[in-house]
Design a protein around this ligand. Structure first.
Ligand code: B12
Ligand code: SF4
Ligand code: SF4
Length: 241
């Protein structure tokens, strides 16, 4: 994965509470290792490799190709965070590394802030030795003003859910041009990890993927565009985030 911007985000030994799926041969996974990216490295590597951006979901296809190659090399079984049934990757991420929930639901990392995601989980039949989990406090605990919560012009962050319809309706409107062109204002309002903020073009690309996905869910009649209501398999096509 060298030169791709992908890196190991930590690992853990699952228990029954972690809802880790069984391996293809039915055995339980004894070790889970998460891979993801942070900051702009992955975007720069991807665009250098794909100057034409041809085809559907070019970022997902590029990332998935690298993950599949790596999984083959280390003998792990791959689970993708954005393919249904959605794995509880945010729970796994908290088990694996120093990330915490934030008021806008994205996980916050003390160094990367909100500028990091998870691309794949490698499941292993063996109990592999893992370094001790890094334990660090949440930056949100000492962030008094919580600017992330005040930045969304569409009031998409409800106390218990993300209102994807309100978000996308705003982003598609003329008033939402800033979100559309540069990425989510709420994510950008957080003072933590600003040095790791995605390049502007990456923000626009990811936002475009979110808008297309949620618009499709709305067109398919999914209540509140809540994907949790949906079952089945296949790509969530939210990826590209
Ligand atoms: C579906 C999905 C979306 C949908 C959400 C639709 C909706 N109505 O909520 C859409 C397409 C809108 C979306 C958007 C984004 N997403 Co998204 N998304 C997912 C995905 C694939 C599944 C989540 C899910 O529905 N699980 C199933 C349900 C049943 O489980 P759930 O626990 O109930 O999940 C929901 C709750 O956590 C709920 N929720 C629970 N409590 C609370 C409390 C508050 C205050 C809020 C706001 C929400 C909330 O929000 C979840 C839905 O997003 C996850 C990956 C994963 N496997 O978890 C990524 C994931 C959560 N998304 C991610 C990202 C980065 C984004 C975007 C920033 C992408 C972008 N392009 O800008 C935006 C920001 C949205 C936001 N501010 O929350 C990352 C987060 C990484 C991190 N640092 O934490 C994840 C983990 C994917 C990844 N590859 O790492 N996403
Ligand atoms: S703005 Fe403050 S409360 Fe919001 S995510 Fe960043 S550190 Fe946490
Ligand atoms: S993209 Fe814009 S409208 Fe959507 S949640 Fe972020 S700030 Fe709100």
């Amino acid at each position: 994965m060298s030169g791709t911007g992908l890196f190991v985000r930590g690992g853990f030994h699952p228990t029954g509470d972690d809802a880790v799926p069984a391996l293809a041969d039915g055995r339980p996974a004894q070790t889970v290792v998460l891979v993801g990216n942070a900051g702009g490295d992955l975007w720069r590597a991807f665009t250098a490799d794909n100057p034409s951006m041809a085809g559907d979901h070019p970022l997902d296809r590029w990332v998935d190709g690298h993950l599949e190659k790596a999984a083959g090399a280390v003998g792990g079984e791959l689970v993708f965070p954005t393919r249904r049934p959605y794995p509880p990757i945010m729970r796994w991420a908290r088990r694996a590394g120093p990330v915490h929930g934030s008021p806008i639901n994205l996980l916050i990392h003390p160094d990367f802030g909100l500028w990091h995601v998870y691309r794949g989980a490698f499941l292993f039949a063996d109990r592999l030795d893992l370094p001790a989990k890094e334990v660090r406090p949440s930056p949100c605990d000492t962030c008094e003003k919580k600017p992330c919560l005040k930045a969304c012009p569409a009031e998409s962050f409800k106390p218990d859910r993300f209102d994807a319809v309100a978000c996308v309706t705003h982003v598609e409107s003329p008033a939402g041009a800033n979100c559309a062109a540069r990425g989510c204002l709420a994510r950008r309002a957080c003072p933590v990890g600003r040095d790791h903020a995605y390049p502007v073009e990456a923000g626009a690309y990811h936002m475009g993927a979110v808008v297309r996905t949620v618009r499709r869910w709305i067109d398919q009649g999914m209540p509140g565009a809540n994907p949790g209501a949906e079952t089945g398999t296949g790509t969530g096509a939210q990826g590209d985030a």
